[in-house]
Design a protein around this ligand. Sequence first.
Ligand SMILES: Nc1ncnc2c1ncn2[C@@H]1O[C@H](COP(=O)(O)OP(=O)(O)OP(=O)(O)O)[C@@H](O)[C@H]1O
Ligand SMILES: [Mg+2]
Length: 467
Amino acid sequence: MAVPQSVSAVFSAYASFATTMMLIRSLTNELLPAKFISLLSSIYVYFFGSLSSQTKFVIDESSGLSPNEVFQAADIYLRTIISPSTDILKVHKTARQQNITLSIYKDQEITDYFQNIRLQWKLVCSADSHDKKEKRHFELLFPKKFKDRVVDFYLPYVLRKAKEIKGENKTVRICSQDISGGDEESPFAWWGSVNLDHPSTFDTLAMDPELKQWIIDDLDRFVRRRDFYRKVGKAWKRGYLLYGPPGTGKSSLIAAMANYLKFDIYDLDLSSIDSNRDLMRNLLPTKNRSILVIEDIDCSVQIQNREIDRGYGRPNGKFTLSGMLNFIDGLWSSVGDERIIIFTTNHKEKLDPALLRAGRMDVHIHMSYCSPKGLKVLASKYLGEEATEHGVYGEIEELIGADMEVSPSEIAEELMKGEQLEAVLGGLLNFLKRKREEKMKEKKREGDGKIEEVVKEEELKEGESVN
Ligand SMILES: Nc1ncnc2c1ncn2[C@@H]1O[C@H](COP(=O)(O)OP(=O)(O)OP(=O)(O)O)[C@@H](O)[C@H]1O
Ligand SMILES: [Mg+2]
């Protein structure tokens, strides 16, 4: 039952009064009428509960294989309400963190107040006799009659607060099966993680500005649409296929997306996955608000189309990419929220058509060779705005505009070769000219080859007709 704040404040005063009166009563023996005392005590019990009417919630660190988000949120939230009276605190800071963090230590209690409800948190640790790993859970103690309010309002508030705090301090992490796990950030052995130190942001990405803006808007829309996905009964996920030649920024775009959304990246190596069960074991511990990345998908196709007869997976069944996607869809519909999946490939034409079918991947993004607009971003980022006003720049721009197939990564490499504007731009111009010459020679060779083939074919035909 909801209690208006002002009313409850009045009764709060009454309650302290009642407690005091009861104390006086026990000391002075029947100084106040018994009926009055009993009335005051029942008011106290109604609004504030008594020790015997307390409820305890137990919040385990994980539920099955998945981390328990309420535990994680409580861990973060409680750091912000530690009171000066707490006796023991845990102090930590990794090399990359800017500030020292204080957090609750085992068996320590922290008191919180929410809508006049007194809530007592305690971190309890116990050694698991099974795998000798320490098991942790929080206990949350509060008056029984507020159970609904705690579930409906307080815990969502803790989740929300933790999300805000995480957003402010979040360092984006990249998780991979190749990094050994089991640390505090990734307690499940098969996903180790390190901070993503990729400096790529949408600001530094050289690509068509309209396409860039479209992607940013698409991401914004995606994170805003929780209710929409719920309403239409779809898993809250979005799939992107990034395709294009090497060095055009596919991996950089993924890093920019992660840095923009502050989502962790899970880098999934399909060659290490044998079956749906194996895939499930890897995907279940991944967190919400994350990006699952599968790079060079065209190379994985062969691996994944192989027969499976290792005893797990379907014996002699096929584990295909599109089957895998169906599986991920199903899994995420039931346990995942706010997930992004990104495939990259250098050869879109080699992909399984089932994967390209409409609706499979929501968005296909072509990362192409550098355009004059892309050049501008790169030159001003690497050399400063003045580079684009330099005389040589116009020549470079012209070459790039004339259908040159040069990747942003090749240009970036040239731009890093020195600090002297003139020398660097001159170097880039020479590089482009050399590249253009090579290409012309190659075309000529191809042309000559074709002429030779035609001549040979005609000679053959003549020979046949003579015979
Ligand atoms: N569009 C771009 N904008 C800015 N820098 C870029 C861009 N593309 C490439 N680079 C630079 O080149 C490097 C390599 O690019 P990246 O790894 O993103 O390419 P890729 O498309 O993933 O290549 P691959 O197909 O070989 O995986 C990046 O670290 C970055 O410095
Ligand atoms: Mg890449």
